[in-house]
Write a protein that binds this ligand. Structure first.
Ligand code: MN
Ligand code: MN
Length: 471
């Protein structure tokens, strides 16, 4: 009984002294209304920077290149160039040009804690097969497959860019981005309504089937009457690549339309690839602002999330652990014991940052609205259940962090038996971290042009600022 009373007393004392408990709740508040007039220009500037990032970063190769460019401009250096690390140092490590970790070194050792945001820089897309070129009905086309969950019909009759890398037997590589800066587009042709009667009974999932996602590459015969000859000549002349070079290439077809404001009030951003370059960019942007944190602040940009996070570029790889170990060694100036490394991994406060699906005005019935995220509703704390949630204690700390920093926020739990989620969190928790799932919501997620709210971007940016400043 005495023990019980003592714990009540401690709880009451905590309620009195904790500033987080005093902060007013920002749960399910209007994210636009919470933006002070004095920040309006900064909200717009952040939205513009984000659109600039999305315009270039349409593939993990391009996202890493862009993140590296932004980080270098803010004083970040490759970790391998650093002899010793000191508090305030700004470093990055790039994994095979397709994944990246950036860090601002804290004033306390990594075993005493760090903050980490992990997001993914791959998005659903169409990819070229290893031997893609073929001829049919006077056309040359590409054989393709796809990466992540796409609604195939959306990819017909829209301008597509071809992006990625071709590597040659001589050891050189060539980065390709055709269709973003005035070059020709590739297009998967649709069937006219005049002649599509035989296909009208197809189900939504089969409006276009996987093997029907082949874009037109050329139609003009060369002097010998061969369209393939023309295409091969263009590839050789413009890019120096031959037919077999596709075997050692990673080329993707992505929507070519640039990001833009949406709505007469310009409140939304429409763009390809917002899942999850939204959280990737916003966490990166917040890290670029971090100066001398107490806890080392890290951003992890991973590839392959849309296909299960496997392979050496995915969050299932050892890249994060290897990087934390390298940070420990360079900060301590020598070898690190296994137990010190494990302790550092377990001490990381982790956020898995990814975009949840927001309420759609016409199809609102697919959500259970009491627990659904809305555009303009602020930062989303995702609770998908099924054993994916962090502990109640950790969730309470996140609420306190959001409320004490005046950040409007909401929760998201999908309608039961309608949808499921799951992203990078499990790979971080495998390493002993408590992981909180955070994001900003999207309408038309996984489409060729999804929608986000500028207000949510802003508050997610403010959330990361508060998170990286945690003590
Ligand atoms: Mn995602
Ligand atoms: Mn996704």
């Amino acid at each position: 009984m005495r023990k019980f009373l003592l714990s009540i007393a401690i709880v009451l004392l905590w309620a009195v002294v904790s500033p987080a408990q005093e902060a007013e709740s920002n749960f399910q508040q209007d994210a636009w209304a919470r933006i002070p007039e004095s920040d309006a220009a900064r909200v717009e500037a952040l939205a513009q920077e984000y659109k600039d990032f999305l315009r270039r970063a349409r593939h993990e190769l391009l996202a890493v290149a862009e993140a590296k460019r932004l980080a270098k401009a803010k004083g970040f250096r490759p970790l391998e160039e650093m002899e010793r690390l000191r508090a305030g140092d700004r470093v990055y490590v790039i994994n095979r040009d397709r994944a990246m970790i950036l860090a601002v070194v804290g004033s306390v050792p990594l075993v005493e804690g760090a903050t980490l945001s992990a997001a993914h820089i791959d998005s659903p897309r169409i990819e070229l097969k290893a031997n893609p070129l073929y001829e049919k009905e006077g056309f040359v086309l590409f054989q393709t497959t796809y990466h992540g969950g796409i609604k195939k019909y959306q990819w017909a009759s829209i301008p597509l860019a071809l992006v990625g890398r071709v590597s040659k037997k001589d050891g050189t590589s060539l980065d390709i981005a055709i269709g973003l800066e005035g070059e020709p587009y590739l297009v998967i042709p649709d069937l006219a309504p005049h002649v599509d009667r035989p296909f009208r009974d197809r189900k939504q999932q089969e409006v276009l089937k996987g093997e029907e996602l082949d874009p037109i590459v050329g139609t003009r015969p060369d002097a010998e009457g061969s369209v393939m000859g023309t295409v091969l000549a263009v590839l050789e002349k413009k890019y120096g690549i031959g037919r077999e070079d596709f075997i050692s290439a990673q080329l993707a077809l992505v929507p070519a339309l640039p990001p833009a404001d949406v709505g007469l009030d310009a409140s939304l951003i429409g763009a390809y690839g917002q899942d999850d370059r939204l959280c990737s960019f916003i966490s990166l942007r917040a890290l670029l602002d971090v100066r001398r944190p107490k806890l080392t602040a890290m951003v992890y940009l991973a590839a392959n999330e849309e296909v299960g996070s496997h392979n050496v570029m995915g969050a299932g790889s050892s890249f994060l652990a290897d990087t934390v170990l390298a940070l420990q060694e360079k900060a301590g100036g020598g070898e690190v014991t296994f137990s010190a490394h494990r302790r550092a991994m377990r001490s990381i406060h982790a956020v898995s940052a990814d975009t949840p699906t927001a309420v759609h005005p016409t199809f609102a019935s697919v959500q259970e609205k009491t627990n659904a995220a809305r555009l303009g509703g602020g930062v989303v704390l995702k609770r998908y259940g099924r054993g994916t949630d962090p502990t109640s204690e950790v969730l309470a700390k996140v609420r306190a962090l959001l409320d004490s920093n005046g950040i409007p926020w909401q929760t998201s739990t999908y309608k039961v038996d309608i949808a499921r989620g799951g992203t990078l969190g499990r790979f971080l928790s495998d390493d002993g971290m408590d992981v909180v799932d955070i994001g900003a919501p999207l309408v038309s997620m996984h489409s060729t042009w999804s929608l986000s709210s500028k207000a949510d971007l802003w508050w997610l940016y403010r959330f990361f600022g508060a998170f990286f400043a945690m003590e």
